[in-house]
Every structure is written in structure tokens, then in C-alpha cells.
Design a protein around this ligand. Structure first.
Ligand code: SF4
Length: 278
């Protein structure tokens, strides 16, 4: 067992509600089977969950497993009369490593089989392929893989505990070959490290080859806590990039306009749809 696993605090908890109203316009409800995420991404905005749960451990070193989530979901879905758009998950990865043991996400999917809701799954993990048999039977489902970078050195710093981009693309390919709708979510685009024409071109090419229906982009959201951490890591690991981060922080609107233009220019060369979340 490595030092990181020894440090992980795993709590089995009971939730009162698992199908929660979403604050995002494109989704009606969210399902988050886990609170906390072992993927430990350094730009993760879900770090705000610590405030609500009383956790004092560093982000990425605790996970609350909502063991009664499937039973609560079954009850809540019975009361949900209209067809809804449900996201699994909005805050913490539903296919982080603990899912192999607990199977909470899988059990939630099995309950959703009894309904005709529109489900979107967002993950960084190929573990989702384990559930292909259930996904194939769902009324309407789309699986999106977050891919932030193709560069291993950047991934090691910002997503230290996630599966490689190659493994995510392979999983996406497996799902799309089985007829499951898939997409790629490039979020966040990291200034200087993942916003070059070469990197964007590589992501478009890999997404198309893997069979993604579209690629969606989002920029880094500089919440104070996230921004402080990202800037700290940039200073340590990519000091030459610090001026680009300071520029981004002070010129976000201009940066976004230029990024949109660049993505559109490159995206138009590839035979795949692209969208912006910013
Ligand atoms: S996988 Fe998502 S939820 Fe988990 S740490 Fe990374 S960004 Fe946060």
C-alpha cells in the first residue's frame, strides 16, 4: 500500500437526499454518490465541499461514500413525475477508484433503468466501462470524459491521481464503439500549458479518432482558493509560465475571446463539433 492510500480517510455515510436540484440551467438534477475525490486535481473547484462537510484533511485525501444512495435514489425517483435531465456527477467523480469496491454509481444506474430520464455522466476514469452493460440499456445517456492535457508532466502536477489521457480516450472509444454517446470536456484549459494550437489540435484529433460526438471547452475559474493553489504550483513546476497566469488573471475577457477564436480556427479543420462553456 503506498503512502497516499494510507493517508486516505474513507467514511461510510448516510445521505438524506441524493437527487438534488441543480443550479445549472442545462441540468435539472444531480447525483453525487461520493463527497470528496481521490483524483486530487489541483484546480478542482469542488474543494468548497470541505466547508459544508467539516473535513479538515487536504483535498483528495478524504472520501465520504454515501452507502444508502441507491435506496434514497429509488425513493426520490418514484416521486419525480416529469422526465428530467440528470447529471452524474456535478461535484466529485462518480468513477473514482472506490467505486470499484462500493459500486454505488453502478447501483444508481441500475435504478435509473426503470425510468426514462436523460442522463449525462462526467468522469476522468475508464472504470465507467465496467458498467457498459447497464449504460447500453438506459433510455438516454451520454458519457463525457474530462481531458485537460495530453502532457504527462502537466497531468502529474495538476491531476496527480487520475488515469492517463490515453486510458480515458481508450475508454471513450470502447463506449462509442458500443453505440453510447460520448464527448470530451476540456476543462479547464490551462493558460500556456494546454492552450497552444498544437495541444488543441492534438485533443481534437484524439477526440475524433475515439468517436466523441463533440468537444466542449471551459476556462480556468479563478476562485481565490483554486487560483492560489494553481499559481503556487505554476511557480514551482513551470516558472516560465507565471507571466501567462498573471496576464490571464488580469485579462480574462480578452483571453477568452482569443481562446474562442483559436479553438474555432483549429476545430473547423477537424470533422467534429465543438462547444464553449465559457
Ligand atoms: S476528478 Fe473532478 S471532482 Fe475529482 S478532483 Fe478532479 S476535478 Fe475534482
Amino acid at each position: 500500500m503506498d503512502a497516499w492510500r494510507r493517508r486516505m480517510l474513507i467514511n461510510e455515510v448516510k445521505c438524506k437526499s441524493i437527487l438534488n436540484k441543480s443550479g445549472v440551467s442545462v441540468i435539472d438534477y444531480s447525483i453525487n454518490p461520493y463527497c470528496g475525490c481521490a483524483h486530487k486535481c489541483q484546480y478542482c473547484y469542488a474543494v468548497f465541499m470541505k466547508r459544508f462537510t467539516g473535513h479538515t484533511e487536504p483535498w483528495g485525501e478524504f472520501v465520504d461514500v454515501k452507502t444508502n444512495a441507491p435506496a434514497v435514489l429509488a425513493r426520490q425517483l418514484q416521486r419525480l413525475k416529469r422526465q428530467s435531465r440528470i447529471s452524474l456527477s456535478t461535484v466529485c467523480d462518480p468513477y473514482q477508484p472506490l467505486e470499484l469496491k462500493y459500486q454505488i454509481t453502478r447501483k444508481c444506474l441500475e435504478i435509473l433503468l426503470n425510468y426514462r430520464h436523460k442522463l449525462s455522466i462526467l468522469t476522468k476514469s475508464p472504470i465507467v466501462v465496467r458498467d457498459i452493460d447497464v449504460l447500453e440499456k438506459l433510455h438516454k445517456v451520454k458519457v463525457s470524459f474530462t481531458i485537460t492535457t495530453l502532457n504527462q508532466s502537466v497531468k502529474r502536477v495538476f491531476e496527480p491521481k487520475t488515469p492517463s489521457a490515453d486510458r480515458r480516450f481508450l475508454a471513450l472509444r470502447t463506449l462509442s464503439q458500443r453505440g453510447i454517446a460520448t464527448s470530451v470536456f476540456v476543462a479547464p484549459v490551462l493558460p500556456h500549458l494546454s492552450d497552444s494550437s498544437e495541444v488543441l489540435d492534438g485533443i481534437f484529433r484524439a477526440s475524433r479518432r475515439a468517436g466523441a460526438q463533440y468537444v466542449m471547452f471551459d476556462t480556468l475559474n479563478p476562485y481565490p482558493r483554486v487560483w492560489h493553489n494553481v499559481r503556487r504550483l505554476i511557480k514551482i513546476h513551470f516558472p516560465e509560465a507565471i507571466k501567462h497566469y498573471d496576464y490571464y488573471y488580469n485579462n480574462q475577457k480578452i483571453y477568452r475571446v482569443h481562446l474562442r477564436e483559436k479553438i474555432a480556427r483549429i476545430g473547423d479543420k477537424h470533422n467534429i463539433e465543438y462547444k464553449f462553456a465559457f
